[in-house]
Design a protein around this ligand. Structure first.
Ligand SMILES: NC(=O)c1ccc[n+]([C@@H]2O[C@H](COP(=O)([O-])OP(=O)(O)OC[C@H]3O[C@@H](n4cnc5c(N)ncnc54)[C@H](O)[C@@H]3O)[C@@H](O)[C@H]2O)c1
Length: 390
């Protein structure tokens, strides 16, 4: 394997770009060569603030030394920008959701396959210590056969802190498309693909007031439902309830609970990488699951609330870069992202049309991440593909 890092570019220099540039700086396997944005001044200022190169989008796409371009634009621009990246002969790693329609996602994957290029997609939190420990625990059948469970992500909306929160409340936004990728990706990684969904939805508030930045105090119209309740049936037969809302001030629900024939598992918040799962076997007390042998569990970020969390965002890109070099599948891949998007859009469609929706796509469970140190773990070539859960 080449010792030199793979050069990457970033298109989209908004809020999340800082986390990616910092994440890349922690890895010896990728190097952010330049950043670009449709707003050239945003790219110039982020390049100078973070000490990376600046380029126009055209310059970046014409740069032969850049192999992967990370697409951090807003969801409605993902398909167009990712298509341009692939057409320029570069692998693309996109922020979630992959696109805002299944057809766009299918076109993207077909284009990539035709050109022999990779499509990767956030979230990559499922590669972290918390969720990899859960995967091993479930595969070791510590709670027996999984029968069902629940997933909940309930909060106020993003308008309180995001300076430009409009896209969260337009078509292509809402809690299911915005936060659902974390939860559905973790569930598919643990339990395999989803076969059927049914859902209802409502809109709690018709306007939202921006709470920070230059536009603080400005009201924006809400054009998408902001509360959903759904039922998900997995190909394995497991049944999950899912509640997603931006209309909730406070609650006491766990992010994900999984119930099996021999016990129950509390899966940590899929937004982060290093919280401890808890398991109860045959009705016994909750026991913390030791995650110390797994990579990417180190706490490295302090939230506004003062809570210390593990945030290793960008490890999906690192895995993809090494997978390209090693000629193996990458984990946060396009097939997984397409299936997750298919499920998320089906939740919206089911709610809008009051009907049960069968999911057309499927995918393999991603390869597990071996135990070991965060720096080295993707260098281990894992030959066994875990495949679908029967
Ligand atoms: N903000 C977060 O905490 C967060 C967390 C996880 C994932 N994400 C995802 O990351 C993506 C970006 O979110 P953000 O919060 O950084 O948004 P943002 O609005 O802060 O930044 C988006 C950037 O993309 C640029 N852009 C838009 N259209 C473009 C185009 N066609 N070509 C080039 N540049 C274009 C904008 O000028 C802007 O600088 C979204 O998909 C979001 O779902 C955001």
């Amino acid at each position: 394997m080449s010792a030199s890092p793979m050069n990457v570019g970033i298109i989209g220099c908004g809020v999340i770009s800082t986390a990616y540039i910092r994440g890349a700086a922690r890895s010896r396997h990728i190097l952010v060569k330049s950043v670009a944005d449709i707003r050239e001044e945003a790219a110039r200022s982020q390049a100078s603030a973070m000490g990376v190169g600046y380029a126009t989008i055209d310059e970046m796409l014409a740069d032969p030394s850049i192999e992967i371009v990370i697409n951090l634009t807003i969801p409605n621009a993902h398909a167009e920008v990712s298509t341009r990246i692939l057409e320029a002969g570069k692998h693309v790693y996109s922020e979630k959701p992959l696109t805002v329609s299944v057809e766009e996602a299918q076109n993207l994957l077909q284009l990539a396959a035709k050109r022999g290029l990779r499509v990767g997609c956030a979230p990559d939190t499922f590669l972290g210590a918390s969720h990899q420990a859960c995967k091993v625990l479930l595969d070791d059948r510590r709670i027996g056969t999984v029968l069902g469970g629940s997933a909940s992500f309930l909060s106020r909306g993003m308008e309180a802190w995001h300076p430009n929160p409009d896209f969260f409340f337009k078509s292509g936004g809402g809690p299911v498309l915005d936060l659902g990728p974390y939860y559905i990706t973790v569930l598919v990684n643990l339990l395999g693909p989803i076969r059927l969904v049914t859902a209802t939805a409502s809109t709690g508030y018709l306007t939202r007031r921006i709470g920070s930045g230059d536009r603080a105090g400005e009201d924006i119209a809400v054009e998408t439902p902001t509360s959903y309740s759904a039922l998900l049936i997995f190909e394995s037969g497991a049944r999950f309830s899912l509640d997603a809302s931006w209309d909730v001030w406070k609650h006491q629900r766990s992010p994900i609970e999984i119930y099996g024939t021999e016990g129950s598992l509390l899966v940590p918040d899929p937004n982060f990488f290093g919280d401890e799962p808890k398991v109860s076997e045959r009705g016994g007390d909750w026991q913390a699951v030791d995650i110390s042998a797994f990579a990417f569990g180190e706490r490295n970020r302090t939230l506004r609330t003062g809570r210390e969390v593990a945030d290793h965002r960008s490890i999906g890109v690192v895995d993809m870069a090494l997978a390209i070099r090693q000629g193996r599948p990458h984990r946060a891949n396009g097939d997984l992202a397409l299936h997750v998007l298919d499920v998320l859009l089906a939740i919206g469609r089911s709610a809008a049309e009051s009907r049960v929706i069968e999911i057309g796509s499927s995918c393999d469970r991603p390869l597990p991440v071996s135990t070991g140190s965060s720096e080295a773990v993707f260098e281990v070539i894992n030959q066994t593909h875990s495949g679908k859960v029967a």
